[in-house]
Design a protein around this ligand. Structure first.
Ligand SMILES: [Zn+2]
Ligand SMILES: [Zn+2]
Length: 92
């Protein structure tokens, strides 16, 4: 007979903004970053650091006009090279 009435979670990391819980701090931080952060500071490939702010539709709008629901998608876009940014090789 199996009778497990007690949960076996030793440590859990609860989100400060919602009810979700995570088994590692890394997952918790990623969740907060993706769901709850209102702005994200990123270094673009021209070396300039820009802050992208969540708009009223809960999307992050890149300077090129593309919108992203999740920080991770915005980060991936910026790292892969936003077309509005030209690498600073061209210094005319
Ligand atoms: Zn949350
Ligand atoms: Zn962009």
């Amino acid at each position: 007979m199996e009778d497990q009435t007690q949960t076996q979670i030793e440590k859990e990391y609860g989100c400060a903004y919602c009810e979700l819980k995570f088994d590692s701090r890394g997952k918790q931080n990623a969740h907060v970053d993706n769901i709850h952060k209102q702005s994200k500071t990123l270094e673009y490939c021209d070396g300039i650091i820009r802050t992208v702010v969540r708009n009223t539709d809960c999307c992050f709008i890149c300077i090129c006009g593309r919108s992203y629901d999740y920080v991770k998608n915005l980060v991936r876009h910026v790292k892969s090279g936003c077309k509005e940014i030209k690498p600073s090789l061209n210094s005319k």
